[in-house]
Write a protein of this length. Structure first.
Length: 117
């Protein structure tokens, strides 16, 4: 299954949202990298990535999340993930990325903390 990346307009707090559906792997990672790069180039520093419909994520996908968070942090922002289930949630937890990216089942508020703002 291919990856679909959907951009949702920013909310009032300046938060950009990307919704992923399908499989994030070596063949589809460049698409997500490109979406993150375009948002960063447009000055977007806070990015929420909704993984509700993501069915698979390999190490290449994990690297995209880390790279995106590092890029955002360099500009004073962050990348957070939310909505992961099943295997994708397990990968986030086993790799420690859930802690690094502040993973929560609830959307983060404007400051990046779940349930705030």
């Amino acid at each position: 299954m291919a990856l679909t990346v959907t951009y949702a307009e920013r909310d009032g707090g300046g938060l950009a949202r990307l919704r992923l559906a399908g499989e994030l792997d070596m063949s589809s990672a460049p698409e997500l990298n490109e979406a993150i790069d375009q948002l960063a180039a447009a000055g977007q520093r806070r990015l929420l990535v909704d993984l509700t419909d993501l069915t698979f994520c390999d190490s290449t996908g994990i690297a995209v999340f880390v790279r995106g968070d590092n890029r955002a942090a360099a500009q004073g922002g962050w990348l957070r993930v939310t909505g992961a289930t099943g295997r994708v949630e397990r990968v986030l937890k086993v790799t420690g990325l859930a802690d690094v990216l502040g993973y929560s089942t609830a959307d983060p508020g404007p400051d990046g903390r779940a349930g705030m703002g």
